[in-house]
Design a protein around this ligand. Sequence first.
Ligand SMILES: *[C@@H]1O[C@H](CO)[C@@H](O)[C@H](O)[C@H]1NC(C)=O
Length: 477
Amino acid sequence: MPSFLTFFMLQDSHKRMKTRLSIGLLVIAAIHCVSGAPEEDEITYLPGLGYTLPFRHYSGYLTGSEGKQLHYWFTESSNNPSTDPVMLWLNGGPGCSSLLGLFTELGPYRINKDGKTLSENVYSWNTVANILFLEAPACVGYSYDLNNNCTTDDEETALSNYNALKDFFTNKFPEYRNNELFLSGESYAGIYVPTLTIRVLEGMQDFPLNLQGFAIGNGITSWDYSNNGNIFFGYYHGLYGDTLWGRLVKNCCEGGVASKETCNFLDLTNIACVYASNEAFSIIYGGKLNTYNLYGECVTPSRSFLTRYMADLKGLGMSQYFELNRVERPGITPPCVDYDYVIDYINSPEFQDAAHIPYGLPAWDVCSDYVDYHPNYDSMEAQYKYLVPRVRGLVFSGDIDMACNFLGAEWFIEDLNLEVVEKRRMWFYSENTAGGFVKRFQNLDLLTVLGAGHMVPEDKPEAALKLITSFIQGRDY
Ligand SMILES: *[C@@H]1O[C@H](CO)[C@@H](O)[C@H](O)[C@H]1NC(C)=O
């Protein structure tokens, strides 16, 4: 009954919005062919911001594919906006909002735990680049579809995001069109970013952009590498003990030898392996440990969508359990982390006014329940093979994340068999503090961030700024 009601309210408000928007667009088009930066999108105040910002920022809508209105937030660089690069940032999910990246990770201001005020992030990435945050696909956060079609897949999302980028550089901020462009993101953006980068490259003839590279933090590269890597990660971080590890190796690894080459913990044909893996995955994903940061607190286990989901699956066939385990389901709030204060702030009418959010949209949530997402890929191998010769890439991983663990990313990149240009070594930030490890391949840099979880810029802000600055400026890490 409640969802039925919501549906009709939405339909109605979208119809009204459609009329309002199409009238608005004529006016906007007439004004902004010449003047660039869209005045109506400029943010003139933000609730709870008690200090003056040394940059301009904008919030409004970009048109993705037909009917898809994607909410963007653009923070100009506090350094030199006209010459600094433009960097797109996408959070993952699929179905989670990039406002999380803006307000809790790499953005210039962070929402305080009171859910009302903001404080400065001195390690914001907009100290070196103009950052475009995009809530995608449609139906995530404040992005919507005029026909209420929230069904999408990897390729449709890439195309829609590409169209939004073209709208950004054509109608909203044409003055940035020649700036260096980087595409970046986290988690499921490990799929969004490579697929979008390919779109941009393929569209280069018709729509030239100064594309320089892509950067992915704790991204999914391949489900097989990631899940297999996770089992090793768990053992060597003290999660199982020798009895379970012994069963895993005996039953899932060829000749009882534990290695990347010999183990397949996802081997559904071997029931003893399935049982052992199931036990291991239950420890990792069971909702008692913080999957996103092994050493972080588990603040809100009861809100865990994933945990509830897993619990519901007990008693179902093992193979189904595994199929579902492969895809992080769109949920409400991810397990263990507390985002209530973010939800409070972003849903406040004061914020919605300040950010030019239209009336009648569903409540904002960290991850959307509305998106009906159908992945096309379980590995990005073909995409990396296409990208590496054409454009620079950075793959970095907080090394205590179990959602997209560093080992899976490392194995995936190693197995691309690229030419090594710099052997693995430690990298540093702020004098003598180790940031992690770096290995450089031809056109592709592979980094770990020591002691960071899934959300690297949140956990290790100074290290994160150092690594992204080195990458975009083409300097040593
Ligand atoms: C919704 O969008 C998807 C993806 O673009 C498309 O395949 C589907 O046909 C659309 N559904 C409707 C009812 O228009």
